[in-house]
Unconditional design. Sequence first.
Lengths: 110, 116
Amino acid sequence: SQQGEEDPQALSIQEGENATMNCSYKTSINNLQWYRQNSGRGLVHLILIRSNEREKHSGRLRVTLDTSKKSSSLLITASRAADTASYFCATDVGNNRLAFGKGNQVVVIP
Amino acid sequence: GAVVSQHPSWVICKSGTSVKIECRSLDFQATTMFWYRQFPKQSLMLMATSNEGSKATYEQGVEKDKFLINHASLTLSTLTVTSAHPEDSSFYICSAPVTPTNEKLFFGSGTQLSVL
């Protein structure tokens, strides 16, 4: 079952700007993950935030988690052309199975 | 990081034929692998969990006789799309956790299947 859901937006930003995307989910979670997918390729794990964490950083990525609202956001700071991709959040639905949200397509214009 | 190799990258076949897709963990042993399906500009849909040495666990609505999964070794899982039809055309992706308790997944590069 699909649980993580992003606002199905397509973001188009200038290089150097920040990109923010959101994700909502429906049930209790142990953790929430964000993945990136370049066109026609597999997914690459970006960051994992646990249910007892509110914010996490990794390089230019900042993830927040609000378990009361069942939502998460991913911020990419100082975007680069190479950040052009689709971004998905994912939640564990048991036995290490991940349910992915709809994805946000981000285009960074050089 | 761990590497998951998926082959072939793309395949075109005639309706009614069967297609096998391989997923290999190159530098770790994967007792569990996951198969996903993705339509253009859509999310990934989990199809099944491939279990080494035992039967695969299919998600609700996925036909197990249509999508045969075999996980004969700790480094190889295969997905066979049997009697393929145009509606089976899709992007198929496999993934595996580097350890059974590790939540993070490593993904293959995907297989684009086009059924004529």
